[in-house]
Design a protein around this ligand. Structure first.
Ligand code: BMA
Length: 321
């Protein structure tokens, strides 16, 4: 089945944008979504204090929204996390995963000394405890929803510049006995092995478990300096697409199958135009009991969107391409 028939964008996209938020908000995007304690929870990034056409913002915080169906969302009246200290500038791009009944959140942290990947835990979406912060530079972390042999597992995107062409970064695996100490680092997918991208890649949505393996989405960047893409600032040349792959159930640092073409590319007006047009950034996957998969993604770094697919079709795309 062609991929266009497999993925269906929600007809009333976006599902969340700045107009829905009752505190200062400009860009609502790159959210993590999970089902937790009987309802859907969305943890999203908010870049606030800017206006259309202007690339300057006052700050970034992380907000929360809840839903009974994963489609219609009720945002909380106040932002949740605004992390700023002398050293820490902001936390953003949250991803959430429920493991053994607790909700874990990964996020990127800009600091005065590099970008760090953080993992925190919450049980009530009020208090949050930071369990680990990586050495710089690392970000786009996502956790698997189960432990393997007693170890937590994550995908991550360290970004070493030394000896690399600029912005050619890869997707890695790591595991941990306690979420504090991470090791067993393994290169899972190198950027040069993504045929439709010529730059960095990184984890997107936390993996979901299927009978054939861990299904997950990653983002992949293709840069073409000869093309000026719509953006609120000059010289935006990068297209962000979503890739689809299946990881081995017992050895999740190994790719079992990958769809060899981009799985989702920016094509709708809300994906092509905004703060940074042509950016489609996946952050959440939910596997429903009837086999429907809800796909949550940030569009144009401006709004949060939803698409759906059937899990068997997604598996076929991977296994038969
Ligand atoms: C990446 C991250 C994402 C963002 C993307 C496109 O480097 O900062 O938050 O969506 O760039 O601007």
């Amino acid at each position: 089945m062609p991929v266009q028939n497999v993925v269906k964008r929600y007809e009333h996209n976006p599902i969340l944008s700045a107009e829905d938020i009752s505190y200062p908000a400009t860009l609502i995007f790159n959210a993590g979504v999970a089902k937790y304690q009987g309802r859907y929870v969305m943890v999203f990034r908010n870049d606030y204090g800017g206006k259309e056409g202007n690339a300057k913002f006052e700050g970034t915080n992380i907000g929360l929204a809840f839903s009974d169906d994963g489609i219609n969302w009720q945002p909380r009246k106040q932002p949740w996390i605004q992390w700023q200290t002398d050293e820490i500038l902001r936390a953003y791009d949250p991803r959430i995963t429920v493991i053994d009944g607790r909700c874990y959140m990964c996020f990127a942290v800009d600091t005065r000394h590099g970008v760090r990947g953080g993992v925190a835990v919450t049980d009530d979406f009020d208090k949050w405890d930071v369990l680990s912060l990586s050495a710089p530079d690392n970000r786009n972390m996502v956790l698997f929803p189960e432990k393997l042999n007693g170890k937590f597992m994550r995908l991550e995107r360290p970004f070493s510049n030394y000896g690399r062409e600029s912005d050619h970064f890869d997707l890695w695996f790591a595991d941990s006995p306690d979420v504090a100490y991470w090791g067993n680092n393994q290169l899972l997918l190198a950027s040069e092995h993504v045929p439709w991208a010529n730059q960095k890649i990184g984890p997107g949505a936390p993996p979901i478990k299927t009978k054939h393996g861990w299904l997950t989405l990653f983002h992949a960047v293709n840069r073409d300096d000869s093309k000026e893409l719509p953006a609120w600032h000059a010289h935006w040349h990068a297209t962000y697409t979503a890739g689809l792959m299946l990881l081995d159930l017992q050895q999740p640092w190994k790719i079992k199958a990958m769809y060899k073409q981009p799985f989702m590319v920016p094509e709708e007006p809300y994906e092509l135009e905004g703060f940074r047009g042509s950016v489609l950034f996946p952050g959440g996957l939910i596997l429903e009991p009837d086999g429907q998969v809800k796909i949550y993604y940030g569009a144009a770094d401006t709004v949060e969107c939803l698409a759906t697919a059937n899990v068997d079709d997604l598996l076929k795309l991977c296994l038969e391409s």
